[in-house]
Design a protein around this ligand. Structure first.
Ligand SMILES: Cc1cc2nc3c(=O)[nH]c(=O)nc-3n(C[C@H](O)[C@H](O)[C@H](O)COP(=O)(O)O)c2cc1C
Length: 215
């Protein structure tokens, strides 16, 4: 038997906090699909470096190009303005041990704030674009802006697509599965899976990857 969830917010879904379903679609917590967590780094208009913790994304391409598709970036963020102005950004993959520092950059988010200093991150310069990069990241991905599209047209979020120009990989992460997958590797967000029977809310979870099988 399958539980059917329709386009309208089900009456029995209880929000985790009052405005949850004003901010997010109920489909997000219906499906609870994990996505990788990373930091987007850009320059603010005043020259301060900006860090943005981000999740809703995927990465793919064909033989001609590889894209970072950031499916849902809030339009009110500094990052959105910075990417529109600079036409480029850097994506930085950090292990779960950096979670708290990345959240600190959300709580200290003024225009005048050096968010690398807030997170205690070492700033390096991207090699092919005008963007700061986080030295502690095990992968840095340099992107030029390919396209921005407001999928819903509501002016709330936008899909921002970057074309990957360059990737830097930490030497220790350059061979095999460890440590890229596991506690030192990619950090994942599991969006608060709603109890689809009772409608009770849940907490989001932060996860790492456990390899089960090789193909
Ligand atoms: C775990 C986690 C995941 C997040 N994922 C996203 C995301 O995918 N898109 C987004 O717009 N904001 C996301 N945020 C919120 C941004 O990190 C937050 O709005 C940030 O302050 C924006 O920074 P900026 O204004 O310096 O660009 C996330 C926050 C957390 C804690």
């Amino acid at each position: 038997m399958k539980i059917e969830i329709r386009g309208n917010l089900p009456d029995y879904f209880k929000p985790a906090y009052p405005e949850e379903f004003e901010l997010f679609s109920h489909f997000e917590v219906t499906a609870g699909i994990p996505t990788v967590l990373f930091a987007i780094t850009t320059w603010k208009e005043n020259g301060q470096p900006n860090v943005c913790f981000h999740s809703w994304s995927c990465f793919h391409g064909d033989k001609t190009a590889f894209y970072a598709v950031m499916g849902n970036l809030y339009q009110h963020t500094h990052t959105y303005a910075n990417i529109q102005r600079e036409k480029c950004f850097c994506i930085n993959f950090l292990p779960i041990s950096y979670y708290d520092k990345l959240v600190d950059t959300i709580h200290h988010n003024n225009l005048g704030t050096d968010e690398f200093a807030v997170g205690n991150f070492t700033l390096s310069h991207a090699k092919t674009i005008h963007a700061p990069a986080i030295q502690e990241a095990f992968i840095n991905m340099e992107c030029t802006l390919k396209k921005i599209q407001d999928l819903s047209g509501a002016g709330i979020t936008a899909m921002v697509i970057g074309q990957v120009q360059h990737i830097s990989v930490e030497r220790e992460y350059a061979q095999g599965y460890k440590p890229r997958y596991g506690k030192e590797g990619f950090m994942m967000l599991i969006p608060a899976p709603q109890d689809l029977v009772t409608g009770a809310p849940n907490q989001s979870a932060i996860a790492t990857v456990n390899i089960e099988k090789l193909d």
